[in-house]
Design a protein around this ligand. Structure first.
Ligand SMILES: [Zn+2]
Ligand SMILES: [Zn+2]
Length: 245
């Protein structure tokens, strides 16, 4: 099986009635990695794999909409499945907050504190990080399969970061587009749909998924502005949707 990305949640900043917050299940053969695990993602994940099938977790930053279901994962691994040593890669703030909430994350989690430019492998997948333009330490994530297919995920960022920092040859770009119009995004370290489209076009990404839409947004507005800037049709992320590369 090739590289697949399944949307676990894609609501920007807080959950909407029908959408969990940010999380993506990236799979290749028997490797299954949760890239972010916001509120609602652990529930949605169990529609696609069993919790013990998870190979690791990569957290982009410590804003709650991107990671707090790690606390439920801790409880499931420790007290239902009695498993230890799941690799978790996250920022120093992720690590400190998880320690506070979970009364000690070792040995259930094998923690790796992340930094800008880090590269590492989980199972058959390779990961590369790039620090974005956001309010706290945040890492965009590139995922490469052994077949040479690549996914890039912006996490949260303002316009001062470039998607091309993750390198060339991106097959699928998941780019945050918190706001539908440029006016809403002025002075904010999130992207408008047009800024997301421009970022993907500049990086040469072959396909673009707009994600992290502010709850209550009109997806048609995001699609219109995103497509105009990207120069090709875009997809608006929805929970449980799967992209196969
Ligand atoms: Zn966010
Ligand atoms: Zn954030």
């Amino acid at each position: 099986m090739g590289l697949t990305v399944t949307v676990l949640g894609c609501s920007g900043s807080y959950p909407s009635p029908d959408c969990a917050c940010s999380g993506y299940l990236v799979s290749h053969d028997t490797t299954h990695v949760a890239v972010d695990l916001g509120p609602g993602c652990l529930s949605n994940l169990q529609h696609h794999i069993e919790i013990p099938e998870l190979s690791g977790v990569v957290l982009s930053h410590a804003h709650p909409d991107h990671w707090v279901d790690l606390t439920g994962l801790y409880v499931a691994l420790a007290h239902r499945y009695e498993l230890e040593g799941l690799p978790v890669h996250g920022t120093r703030q992720n690590h400190e907050m998880a320690d506070l909430l979970s009364a000690g994350v070792h040995p259930v989690f094998d923690w790796h504190v992340t930094g800008d430019g880090d590269e590492f492998a989980i199972g058959s997948l390779r990961f590369r990080l790039s620090a974005t333009d956001h309010y706290i330490e945040t890492h965009a994530v590139r995922i490469d399969s052994p077949e040479g297919t690549s996914v890039a995920y912006s996490s949260d960022t303002g316009p001062a970061w470039e998607l091309s920092a993750l390198g060339a040859g991106i097959d699928l770009a998941l780019v945050e587009a918190t706001y539908g119009t440029d006016e809403e995004a002025v002075g904010i370290k999130h992207l408008s749909a047009a800024q997301a489209g421009e970022a993907a076009r500049a990086a040469g990404a072959r396909a673009l998924v707009l994600t992290h839409l502010w709850p209550g947004s009109d997806p048609a507005v995001h699609a219109r502005h995103g497509e105009a800037a990207y120069g090709a049709p875009v997809t608006i992320a929805t929970p449980h949707e799967r992209y196969t590369l």
